[in-house]
Design a binder for this molecule. Structure first.
Ligand code: 13P
Ligand code: ZN
Length: 290
């Protein structure tokens, strides 16, 4: 089967345009990777070519290996490509890559028709996908975008996972159910580099969302719906927090730790207690009392 005719590529492209329509992908902002299933590779293999093997590295001269992903295939957005164009022309904006048996070289087997490279965040995506596969073999999607409200909050909330998570949790009941392990925070670090990639992968060992201060967010999922839905949930909650903060720095009413704990049994979750600290009053963004 042709890659362009596959349901898989259609679903990838739909996620890209959905993210663009949310306003999360100005210019070439954001990137999306998907670790393919064996049956998807077999279905599309006849449409693959054999590109040249290339080094995987965060910086020039740097060589990285992802042995946990050896021999795997990924759909990855191209560097400098615009998400608004992916649905129009997937073959020019996206590629499928294969990793070699050591997980330290990749080759393009489909796409980037007019040339180009996979996203500059490729090593960061692979570092995350490797950690996620070890956590759960069904984890396949890593998504990076630039959602305005999440980014705005990184200027006014302490860059502390506990505070960020708790404030986001309090805005929409659904949040604690959808991501009970909360949000990890990466302080401002230059993007595209090893440090930010490794910090994000460290977060993904336990959590499904990582916020990059003054830049954007990463999230993961077993499929496109779950990854997109997760980002959508966090950003919706962030939007409400921005609205609340624009009215008042103090909340009159909210969801309390006791109310959060009531969710555990009926929803079959365990909300991480780190986020359910007592607050002295309704002031938004206060740190837990040590
Ligand atoms: P790429 O165009 O290389 O994917 O980079 C976009 C981006 O958002 C970097 O953080
Ligand atoms: Zn970015």
């Amino acid at each position: 089967m042709k890659v362009l005719d596959s349901e898989l590529m259609k679903r990838y492209a739909r996620m890209a345009i959905d993210g663009f329509n949310q306003g999360w992908h100005e210019r070439n902002g954001g990137n999306l990777s998907y670790r393919m299933k064996i049956e998807e590779i077999e279905q599309l293999r006849d449409d693959f070519k054999e590109g040249e093997w290339r080094v995987i590295g965060w910086q020039k001269g740097d060589e990285s290996a992802f042995p946990g992903l050896a021999g795997e295939y990924f759909i990855v957005s191209g560097s400098g490509k615009y998400f608004r164009n992916i649905e129009l022309d997937p073959e020019d904006n996206v590629c499928i890559i294969e990793l070699n048996e050591k997980g330290n070289r990749y080759r393009i087997v489909w796409g980037l028709r007019e040339g180009g490279m996979p996203t500059s965040e490729l090593p960061t995506h692979l570092a995350n996908l490797e950690v996620l596969k070890a956590r759960d073999p069904e984890m396949r999607v890593v998504y990076h975008c630039h959602p305005g409200n999440i980014i705005a909050l990184t200027f006014v909330l302490p860059l502390d996972s506990r505070v960020f998570t708790r404030e986001i949790f309090e805005m929409v009941t659904e949040c604690a159910v959808v991501f009970p392990e909360g949000i990890g925070i990466v302080p401002w670090v230059i993007c595209g580099g090893r440090q930010i990639g490794e910090m994000t992968a460290e977060i993904m060992k336990k959590q499904d969302v990582a916020v990059w201060a003054h830049h954007g967010a990463f999230c993961c999922g077993k499929d496109f719906d779950l990854a997109f839905g997760l980002m959508h949930t966090v950003e919706k909650s962030a939007e409400i927090l921005v609205k609340v903060l624009s009215m008042s720095p103090v909340k009159l009413n909210t969801i309390t730790p006791e109310m959060f704990r009531e969710l555990n049994a009926p929803f079959g979750i365990h909300i991480n207690e780190d986020y359910l600290y007592e607050k002295k009053d309704g002031t938004i963004g206060q740190l837990p009392q040590e």
